[in-house]
Every structure is written in structure tokens, then in C-alpha cells.
Write a protein that binds this ligand. Structure first.
Ligand SMILES: [Zn+2]
Length: 119
């Protein structure tokens, strides 16, 4: 077995385990029993719960974990500006509260000045 991820806490370790298994990779969590008894000991890689997979799955699992955290970051944007009315919108909303424009609208409209009559 090889370690592919060191988690901040047991729920994160199990989140990764479940994510990998949903993608067809058998994973195990090790070290989570240490989490409950170490009390005020600072978090270090040696005492944090970690996710392990078979050596044959390491490359695929590493790529999946990277994708997992990249997706998390992309969904934690602090705020965005509405392309239609210019309002600043908090990151948890996907549409402008003021005019209903989608968060992705600016990406679609930026490359062309022509009105999109087919839409
Ligand atoms: Zn708007």
C-alpha cells in the first residue's frame, strides 16, 4: 500500500476514501484512531489520518485527489461580478440576485461582440 493523501481530520480522510472508491480504486484510511487521543498535540503528517491505496493505483489515485481538491477550490470563490449589471455576488450564489444573470455568463460573452441570436 502507498499513501496518497494526508488529511486534516478523519472526515476529510473518509471523504477522499469514498471519492476514490466511487472512481473504482480501493482505498483505506489509516491513523484516524490517533486523532481522538492526541488532544492538543499539533497536527503533523505522522499523526494525521491518511489515505492509502494499492501501489498499482497510486498514479490514478494521485491524479484523482488532485482533481478533487482543484474542484473544491474552484467552488470556493469568495465573490464574483455580474457580467450584466456589475453587482458583486457572494461565492455561494451561481446567479446574480439583482438581475438573474448566470455566474458563467461573462465567460460566454467575452469572446464575441455579436448578439447571439441562436440562443
Ligand atoms: Zn446582475
Amino acid at each position: 500500500m502507498k499513501q496518497v493523501h494526508v488529511a486534516q481530520n478523519p472526515p476529510e480522510a473518509y471523504l477522499i476514501k469514498g471519492f476514490l472508491e466511487a472512481n473504482g480504486i480501493k482505498a483505506v484510511v489509516q491513523g484516524e484512531d490517533l486523532f481522538g487521543i492526541r488532544g492538543g498535540i499539533p497536527v503533523t503528517p505522522s499523526t494525521s489520518p491518511s489515505v492509502w491505496v494499492a501501489e498499482a493505483d497510486v498514479a490514478e489515485a494521485t491524479r484523482l485527489v488532485e482533481d478533487f481538491f482543484r474542484a473544491e477550490v474552484e467552488h470556493q470563490e469568495v465573490s464574483w461580478r455580474c457580467a450584466n449589471c456589475g453587482e458583486m455576488i457572494e461565492g455561494q450564489f451561481t446567479e446574480c440576485w439583482n438581475c438573474g444573470t448566470s455566474r458563467d455568463a461573462d465567460l460566454l460573452q467575452e469572446s464575441s461582440d455579436d448578439p447571439d441570436e441562436s440562443a
